[in-house]
Ligand binder design. Structure first.
Ligand code: TXA
Ligand code: MG
Length: 333
């Protein structure tokens, strides 16, 4: 199958909407990362997502909706505190896990008895969801274990030949996936750090229990290898002496014949002398925006080790740390 990257004209939105309605796959941009969408009510279409990604079948999918009112169609129960979050954060980079209704097939939800729902705010995602008028399940549109795609070209590189259309919405603003909050029990639990900082949720909910990756199968995706480029990834803890540690490790890697690159904030470039660096931007928001992009770029540029600067564990920084811990397989220097 030929895969085309198409611009989001009304004609192409209609084409992609028809494709979804006919049981096909369409990749589309969201404000977090690109998603690989299928009709969540069509089991065959859902299964083709798992095949295309090489995704383990027990890892459930997030259902993407256009309208807040649709949540009631698929969720059996929405607690009052979740209603307030829906009003405040949706559309946006927040996914809620709720008790599910039977209408959503088990192959979407991994037989969890719950459903993860999200209303993306990206205008192209919204145009597509409105046009097809379906619940669209969509994981990140990468091959399993690869960094999530933040451009249409990333999707093509991973999934080219496996779907007809990739809607091009430019590069995803946030760059890391949505925050996942489980509101299916009596207490809310944070299953994945992401686009909505934990502190924002805690302002409304009080201190949140953050579920560790080891507490599977609450969020089954967290147990798998993730976000890994071909290059080995090392990641520094954030502390005063971080830059010296990174330089020393870089120099040792060069001595043993490696070709490393440092991912660093713009302001820190000067600390690394003439060592190879990739500038991730001026702020943590820019670091998040560029992280997956730069991990892929490091492979393209044939670096074989990426040393990523650590950040403070606040705001979007917490999501950056979480992705780096996973990309590095926990190799923290
Ligand atoms: O930003 C995002 O959330 C992106 C865009 C495309 O919307 N999507 C995304 O999907 O990151 P994916 O499949 O790559 O990650 C979804 C995560 C997985 O770790 C999965 O285990 C978890 O959500 N998940 C899905 N349904 C769940 C459920 N019912 N209960 C607990 N975890 C669930
Ligand atoms: Mg993913």
């Amino acid at each position: 199958m030929e895969t085309k990257i198409v611009s989001p004209t009304s004609k192409n939105i209609a084409l992609c909407s028809d494709e979804l309605r006919a049981g096909g796959l369409v990749a589309f941009p969201t404000e977090t990362v690109y998603g690989l969408g299928a009709n969540a009510l069509d089991e065959r279409a859902v299964k083709s997502i798992y095949d295309a990604k090489g995704r383990p079948g027990d890892n459930p999918l997030i259902v993407h909706l256009f309208d807040r009112a649709q949540i009631q169609e698929y969720a059996a129960e929405v607690p009052a505190y979740a209603e307030a979050l829906i009003r405040e954060f949706m559309p946006g980079p927040l996914t809620l896990v709720l008790k599910k209704k039977a209408v959503i097939p088990d192959c979407v939800t991994g037989k969890m008895g719950t459903i993860a729902v999200r209303l993306p705010s990206h205008p192209v995602a919204r145009l597509l969801l409105r046009a097809c008028n379906l619940p669209v399940c969509a994981p990140s549109a990468n091959t399993s274990t690869k960094p999530s795609p933040t451009t249409a070209k990333h999707v093509l590189a991973d999934l080219g030949g496996k779907l007809p259309y990739i809607l091009d919405g430019g590069s995803c603003k946030i760059g890391v996936e949505s925050t996942i909050l489980d509101v299916s029990g009596t207490q809310p639990r944070l299953l994945r750090l992401g686009g909505v900082p934990c502190e924002e949720l805690e302002k409304r909910l009080g201190q949140l229990e953050i579920v560790k990756s080891s507490d599977v199968p609450l969020c089954p995706g967290m147990k798998y290898k993730h976000y890994a480029p071909k290059a080995e990834v090392l990641f520094s803890a954030y502390y005063g002496g971080m830059h010296e540690t990174i330089c020393a490790r870089y120099d040792r890697l060069v001595e043993v014949g490696k070709n490393p690159v440092i991912l660093c904030l713009h302001a820190n470039l000067g600390r690394y002398g003439d060592r190879n660096c990739m500038d991730v931007g001026q702020s943590y928001d820019e670091y998040a925006h560029n992280l997956f992009y730069d991990l892929r770029l490091a492979d393209e540029r044939r670096f074989n080790v990426v040393i990523a600067e650590g950040v403070e564990d606040t705001g979007i920084g917490a999501a950056i740390i979480n992705r780096l811990v996973k990309a590095s397989g926990g190799q923290i220097i």
